[in-house]
Design a protein around this ligand. Sequence first.
Ligand code: GNR
Ligand code: NI
Length: 181
Amino acid sequence: MVNGPKGLLEIMAKLKILEFPDPRLRKKAAPVEVVDDALRVLIGDMFETMYDAPGIGLAATQVDVHKRLLVADVSSDKSEPFALINPQIIEKDGVTVTDEGCLSVPGYYESVERAEHIRVRFLDRKGEAVEMDAAGLLAVCIQHEIDHLDGRLFVDYLSEAKRQRIRKKLEKERRNAAVAL
Ligand code: GNR
Ligand code: NI
């Protein structure tokens, strides 16, 4: 019974994504203590929110949950979902520059330098410890998401002037959207 009354599909919920310069995006997330069903429900909701946006990654911080948890899927057909709990980068190698965007900074794309290859240690959805090598866009995405868990945004790598310009434009957009209600 997945589709019937109160089936899984109905229970899934899309979450609200915080937007820069919301101060809650600056909180440092705390380690997950137990991987339980409640956390797995949150992971499901985060995937739904990410796919719906659409985006290639989402950190719990962005949905105002300050736990060390991220989801990612850089495939074009939702075929490579990863959920990383308490992720830690244990190796970094090389440098790559990517035009990054962020669901919390909608409409802006800027070049950011990151490690090209990483090795990351985390707990999976079953609470089992896993190590994984990532390269290319997945590696960039995981670094971007771990930054969120530490209260950091990709705009922090830009000049102060550029960051203020983006902040002012987003604040103006939000004011206009509020007036239009
Ligand atoms: O959807 C997203 N695309 C993206 C593109 C380049 C580098 C990083 C990203 S992550 C972003 C989704 C998001 O904001 N995750 O926090
Ligand atoms: Ni982001």
